[in-house]
Design a protein around this ligand. Structure first.
Ligand code: HEM
Length: 409
């Protein structure tokens, strides 16, 4: 079989010679409008201003060989950088008698601010008690298996994964194309375990986008991104400047939600629906004012309101960057156990919750452990998918993603 390197050697240049390009920026190495740099101290797609579409895919490694994993990461790095620049995943050849190295379905489209973010799941380090790649001792304690949370109804086929790719772009086809091309490169060493599309519609006036429940989502951001999101000097070298990503596929009982009074929805969330302001206040960005009480001396924002339970000040400063997307997988008749009062046709739609943090044990696990027990929102939500991934630090040109992990272990 032709190795990837020899293939590149043979096909390199033909792409340019054929004059074929994907996007207007095809041959340019320069950062141009509409592109997000792939290389840098941090991986793109974490603090990058949120694009409107996401395609998230988790993979199981099928190979037993460490070198195969390294070769895959080398290939993924190169392709991800090319795709981010609006080029094909691999150079196109001129031989029409062979499968094309890139599906070309985004030919003519701009890069759409594509970012490709890679994550390593626990299974890369140890799986079923087996240290497949000699990495078991390098598994960071932060990458501990997520506990079972109250109310979890996780579907195995939408949970976990040894590797993860989060592709975000302002065009849904560009995001899907990126994962599809990277998945092709993995055929000999990994297989797709699950995938999820997501979308968010940014209002043209720059205001906070709304989730499918009609509430502004993304108002609160960590006070200190550096400290809350990025792994610092106390982490292993390959994670310094990296972050831990938690993904939850959260189905919403929209039919039920739509029949509840707005005032009840606001009580549940702890914010006003239309303005996004904390309950009883006017401005979206006013502090929550959690100490405020009403005339009966009850808290204005209830003890079990979503924003109170999630607030950093109420949780020993636990903070995270949320970067979720809505999802819509159509409607189905599958009689999932929730919600129990309606087993007929329902939307399979909700939130592809994605968050980034320096330590999930003191951020997501801590916050959601409490939310899962007490949050009023729980009566409208079911967590059906889950994943925790270590997203290594960013890299420079010439390095491959995760290189510092493999070199040191
Ligand atoms: C379908 C599920 C969910 C919905 C609809 C939802 C919706 C919201 C909304 C509307 C806000 C207020 C606006 C904002 O600050 O962005 C918010 C805040 C927040 N949510 Fe969620 N959320 C969901 C799940 C979760 C989960 C699983 C977590 C995990 C810990 C979480 C953590 C937070 C945090 C930390 C805040 C900010 C609290 C603060 O103001 O300090 N959310 N969410």
């Amino acid at each position: 079989m032709t190795s990837r390197r020899s293939f590149l050697g043979a096909a390199g240049g033909l792409f340019a010679a054929a004059g074929t390009s994907i996007g207007a920026h095809a041959a340019s190495k320069q950062a141009v409008a509409g592109t997000e740099a792939f290389f840098g101290p941090h991986q793109a797609g974490i603090v990058t201003p949120q694009q409107s579409h996401c395609y998230l895919a988790a993979f199981d490694l099928t190979t037993e060989k460490r070198d195969d994993v390294i070769n895959l990461l080398v290939a993924w790095t190169d392709a991800a950088n090319r795709l981010s620049e609006g080029r094909t995943a691999l150079p196109l050849g001129t031989d029409l008698q062979v499968p094309a190295p890139d599906a070309a379905d985004v030919m003519g489209l701009p890069p759409a601010r594509l970012t490709v973010t890679f994550g390593f799941g626990p299974g890369l380090f140890i799986k079923d008690g087996k240290d497949r790649y000699g990495l078991a001792t390098a598994r960071p304690p932060e990458l501990a298996d997520l506990p079972r949370f109250n109310g979890d109804q996780l579907i195995a086929a939408k949970t976990g994964g040894d590797l993860c790719i989060q592709a975000c772009a302002d065009d849904p086809q560009v995001a899907f194309h990126a994962v599809r091309e990277l998945a092709r490169l993995s055929y000999d060493s990994a297989e797709l375990r699950w995938a999820q599309t997501g979308f968010t519609s940014n209002p043209p006036d720059g205001s906070t986008p709304r989730n499918l429940m009609g509430f502004k989502d993304g108002t609160q951001r960590p006070a200190d991104i550096e400290k809350s999101v990025w792994v610092g000097a106390d982490g292993p070298a390959w994670m310094r400047g990296g972050s831990y990503m938690v993904v939850r596929r959260i189905r919403m009982a929209l039919e039920h939600w739509d029949r509840t009074k707005v005032s009840f929805q606001e009580e549940t969330m702890g914010r006003h629906k239309y303005s996004g302001a904390p309950l009883g206040l006017k401005g979206e960005f006013e502090p929550l004012g959690l100490d405020r009480t009403d005339k009966d001396e009850n808290p204005v924002i209830a003890e079990n309101a979503h924003v109170r339970l999630g607030n950093a000040a109420e949780n020993g400063s636990a903070d995270m960057l949320r970067r979720g997307y809505s999802y819509n997988d159509g409607a189905n008749f599958v009689a999932e156990r929730w919600p129990p009062w309606r087993q007929g046709m329902e939307y399979d739609a909700g939130l592809l919750f994605i968050c980034f943090q320096a330590d999930p044990r003191t951020a997501f696990v801590k916050l959601f452990g409490k939310m899962a027990k007490f949050d009023m929102l729980n009566q409208f939500t079911t967590h059906t998918g889950s994943g925790l991934f270590a997203c290594p630090c960013g890299i420079q040109s010439g390095e491959y993603i995760g290189q510092r992990l493999f070199e040191k272990t």
